[in-house]
Write a protein that binds this ligand. Structure first.
Ligand code: KIV
Ligand code: NA
Length: 276
């Protein structure tokens, strides 16, 4: 399939065609996603938890993100890829944000970047957009500021916080973002935002809107630390891997592996080899 563009994503919103996307962090997952026909791929800083084993996303560096974006690009050369700006790469000022966003495009060939926050990152979104780089906003449960939120908690469940979210959504659009991701927000609030905004609004754990995102580690059953309520598990890869490893261990211990099928036999008469 042809790689999506901003125009395709706008058209899909207009025509009510849902966008299906996941996170990926490595070459094989990216390749499988592209083979399956995924509309786009996020190289999330969730890589810190899903593939590096950190408790949160705070320790993730620009180098981590760039390196994983490069692997994903190699695996999915024809898919719209979103590079996720890690904590500390855009918090200081607009200049730092633009410099790091530029690195994502130049070094990892992503199609756009995503950063967290509404009103308070308005000038960052504007500056990166002005540099010619498409920006996806991200509001609601924003893991990089989960300390301020009191943990990984759903947002916008009360009228005042819902009102603040709607304001954030409008600010993100006004700042020039081409799309907005809403995380762990009541579906009623998300639907309101999606209707109010001209740009596509995507959900992770936030109900129906213009498209859905899931974390590949969650939906494939590879991430075992915890499973958010909004996750639907489409596979249990952890079980498949553990069982395969157990079977291999058993067969090695029992001498059932390797067999004659898995070795390279000599190409000359054994007599010659016996002189060794
Ligand atoms: O890093 C990530 O995977 C994300 C999603 C949780 C939205 O930003
Ligand atoms: Na993220």
């Amino acid at each position: 399939a042809k790689k999506k563009s901003i125009l395709d994503l706008m058209r899909m919103k207009k025509e009510g065609e849902q966008v299906a996307w996941i996170t990926a962090y490595d070459f094989p997952t990216a390749s499988f996603a592209e083979q399956a026909g995924m509309d786009m791929i996020l190289v999330g800083d969730s890589l810190g938890m899903v593939v590096l084993g950190y408790k949160g996303t705070i320790p993730v560096t620009m180098e981590d993100c760039i390196s994983h974006c490069q692997a994903v690009r190699r695996g999915a050369p024809n898919t719209w890829i979103i590079g996720d700006m890690p904590f500390g790469s855009y918090q200081v000022n607009d200049q730092q944000a633009v410099e790091n966003a530029v690195r994502f495009l130049k070094e990892a060939d992503v199609d756009c970047i995503k950063l967290e926050g509404g009103e308070r990152v308005k000038s960052r979104i504007r500056a990166i957009t002005d540099a010619g780089i498409p920006v996806m906003g991200h509001i609601g449960l924003t893991p990089q500021s989960s300390g301020q939120l009191g943990g990984f908690k759903a947002q916008g469940r009360h009228v005042n916080s819902a009102r603040a979210l709607i304001k954030d959504a409008l600010e993100v659009q006004e700042a020039g973002a081409f799309s907005l991701l809403v995380e762990a927000v009541p579906p009623e609030v998300t639907a309101f935002i999606a209707k109010k905004l001209d740009i596509p609004v995507y959900s992770i754990g936030a109900g129906a809107c213009d498209g859905q995102l899931l974390i590949s580690g969650d939906m494939l059953g590879k991430f075992q630390a915890f499973t958010p309520k909004f996750v639907k598990k489409y596979a249990n890869v952890a079980e498949i891997e553990v069982n395969a490893f157990k079977e291999y261990i058993n067969e090695v211990k029992n001498g059932q592996f390797p067999t004659d099928d898995h070795v390279y036999h000599v190409l000359e008469s054994m007599d010659e080899f016996e002189k060794l």
